[in-house]
Design a protein around this ligand. Structure first.
Ligand code: GAP
Length: 403
């Protein structure tokens, strides 16, 4: 099915609900626009996406530190960052509407107005000194975090595309000013590779003109994707200069400069920021993976998810669920593989055709069936999700063939 087909979105939303990936939030009360809940397979898919990002942006790097900062922070942060005055979208009346969610902290009279963070980045800037004091890193170095962000979007739409509560994977990478171009290129390439790793096909890169850039950015690349409702932003890469650290230094009175022990210089580092929305990533993955074909004379739907991202790597079935000897052998095979491939599932619901259809829709790359031959020769069949072809494999070789 073509990515531009408007029916595709409906089909994906319906599959996500039917199979337990994503549900409309508080649906029994009619839902709430811009809010969605992740179900069992959605949680696993999200976890795999976040792990792949953390592996590539943190663990594979020499000098990137992790952080998990608070969602609600001192409101002065949002004054200094420019969000209180400038994080607005125009209403139909032409008025500017600030999209930060306000909340109050503390008991009624002494309460302070604060905000749910609209980006995770500021939590990183305000911890800059802590990270330096703990780790004494040499430049360049980065601080990464994955977490929720909130925006009271005027027009939430497009399923996971524009939500009011969403998740970001952000890295603030601190560099010497003269090196910004080199590291901008480096993270640009990493983002491209990440799209391939998670199985997003058809990403376009667009340099954003000055008028379209955020207030803090001197250069921005938008990674765009063809959603069924048109080509729109997927992720952003920005050169934030020293805007944030300088403003927080001035507003907080805390020196946020970097001290170079070798040269004795003190200066404010510049920042390269790859910012990736988790939910938009998942939407682009689902759109890239959604497929329909004919198999064995029947039409079927399947998700062609990359193996490292699929919520379930393999499902293990007994051919017939009313034959105790097959069920117990299937349980035994399941326990053997689970040691090496933890994200497997035992499935004996319905008949085998139904199980294949369910696993295809979840995007499970392999189905392992235990049949009467297994009892004789310790072999099983392994069915490939994309081709539907089955191969007989020895149980001892299963681990390798599920890679
Ligand atoms: N710290 C930079 C920043 O927040 P942004 O372009 O406003 O920049 C970064 O957001 C990414 O967060 C976007 O590219 C997108 O992937 C995701 N994002 C932003 N607003 C979103 C929303 N309302 N719903 C879902 N994802 C959103």
């Amino acid at each position: 099915m073509s990515k531009e087909d408007p029916r595709l979105m409906e089909k994906i939303v319906s599959l996500c609900k039917r199979r337990g990936f994503i549900y409309p939030s508080s649906e029994i009360y009619g839902g709430l626009a811009g809010f969605w809940d992740y179900g069992h397979y959605g949680v696993r898919l999200k976890e795999n996406v976040c792990c792949a990002w953390w592996q590539s942006f943190v663990y594979d790097e020499k000098n990137v530190f992790g952080l998990d900062s608070s969602i609600i922070i001192n409101p002065q942060v949002w004054e200094a960052s420019g969000h209180v005055s400038g994080f607005t979208d125009p209403l139909e009346t032409g008025e500017q509407f600030n999209v930060m969610f306000k909340t109050s902290v503390g008991a009624a009279e002494e309460s302070t107005i604060s905000y749910l963070r609209p980006e995770t980045a500021q939590g990183i800037f305000v911890n800059f000194k802590n990270v330096i004091d703990s780790h004494h890193p040499e430049l360049p170095f980065g601080v990464a975090q994955i977490g929720k962000a909130f925006r009271n979007e005027i027009a939430p739409r497009g399923f996971l595309f524009r939500k009011r509560e969403f998740e970001q994977m952000e890295l603030e990478y601190f560099v010497r000013e003269k090196d910004w171009k080199e590291y901008f290129e480096k993270w640009w390439a990493k983002m491209r590779t990440f799209a391939e790793t998670v199985g997003i096909s058809g990403v376009y890169e667009l340099e954003v003109e000055e008028s379209g850039r955020a207030h803090y950015s001197k250069k921005t690349i938008d990674f765009e994707f063809d959603y069924p409702f048109g080509r729109r932003e997927l992720w952003g890469l920005a050169y934030r200069t020293d805007f944030d650290l300088k403003n927080h230094s001035a507003s907080s009175g805390t020196n946020l400069q970097y001290f170079d022990e070798e040269t004795g210089e003190r200066f404010t580092p510049h920042v390269i920021e790859p910012s990736l929305g988790v939910d938009r990533t998942i939407l682009a993955i689902l759109i890239s993976a959604y497929a329909e074909d004919e198999l064995g004379g029947e039409t079927r739907t399947y998700l062609k998810l990359a193996k490292n991202i699929a919520p379930i790597r393999a499902a293990v079935f007994p051919l017939l669920k009313n034959k105790p000897e097959l069920v117990s052998k299937a349980r035994e095979v399941y326990s053997i593989i689970k040691k090496d491939v933890p994200n497997i599932e035992f499935d004996d619901n319905g008949n085998i055709g139904k199980r294949y259809r369910r696993q295809d829709e979840i995007g499970t790359p392999f189905c392992v069936t235990i049949d009467f031959d297994t009892l004789e020769d310790d072999t099983v069949t392994v069915r490939d999700r994309d081709t539907g072809e089955q191969e007989r494999i020895k149980i001892v070789d299963l681990k390798e063939s599920l890679r």
